[in-house]
Design a binder for this molecule. Sequence first.
Ligand SMILES: [Zn+2]
Ligand SMILES: [Zn+2]
Length: 170
Amino acid sequence: MNELKQEVGLQASYRFECEIPRQPGDDTVVFAEPAKVEAVLTSTGDSILADVSAKATAGLRCGRCLEAFDLPVKTQFRVEFREGADSQADENEVVRYSGDYIDLSDEVRQNIMVLLPIKPLCDEACKGLCPRCGANLNTRQCACDSSLQDVRWSVLERLGAGRKDQGSES
Ligand SMILES: [Zn+2]
Ligand SMILES: [Zn+2]
């Protein structure tokens, strides 16, 4: 991507794929396929503007029912590449480069990772797992007393073993 450097106003567009590796220590997010990226690079004379759009499918795990599900994500962003070393005066969107190539893959990864929910849900209405028997309540209704939703209660009940727990709450 170096042919743009000298000629002001020159544009070139690129399509490429960008692998998104697993984050170290995080096995809850998996990108089975690389992100698909389209970038339009414009030379401004002393920098290169990159207008990037990228899409990918994140494989996540629901925080309630623990089922795996796919979340399509897409992002659009602009970065400015300037040659040379980092400068205090650089704004956030400025990335320094040296040599003949700019590398968009870090920017693509960062812009996709920030889209991922901290607590992923397969569905806003996900019913989660039964705190007592572990059944996935989205797929079946278990026979447990649904008035006891909090897992801490079932632990307390187990501590008080022997006590009859078929409560008569109604
Ligand atoms: Zn779920
Ligand atoms: Zn249950």
